[in-house]
Design a protein around this ligand. Sequence first.
Ligand code: FES
Ligand code: FES
Length: 162
Amino acid sequence: MTTARHAVAVSVNGRRHERLVEGRRLLVDFLRHDLGLHGTHVGCEQGVCGACTVLLDGDAVKSCLMLAAQADGHAITTVEGLAGRGDLHAVQQAFREAHALQCGYCTPGFLLAAVALAEQDAALEGDALRAELAGNLCRCTGYQNIVEAVERYLKQAAGGRG
Ligand code: FES
Ligand code: FES
């Protein structure tokens, strides 16, 4: 028996990719295994931990909850797409300055969640910001520094627009 495959054309970090995928192929597996972008991590595989967060047309989505076929025609940003040539993205710089990572497993998800938040509400801080980040978990429990880093980045993003 042959398994039906679907044509998927996506832009990932500004580069177009076309593949045939099984209907059950998860977006996170497509990114990691078909495109070799291992910066998107897999944690819970049920939408709880946020390790697999990527941007889909600028919105943060959990790529373990999406099928690759659903991303057809959309633009995806993974952590590999954040830094320029030799330059850290501002959110990466903020995490570096605030010492906001330990093992780093959760970090790509937090970075992309922060980038999406900067587009939605760069004035977020304190408890409101913590609530917005509740969909991303850190097993090393370094939340204080992570929140500080995201606050730092959001202030910078807001300033850049003002
Ligand atoms: S692996 Fe997707 S939310 Fe945990
Ligand atoms: S830094 Fe280790 S899981 Fe967050």
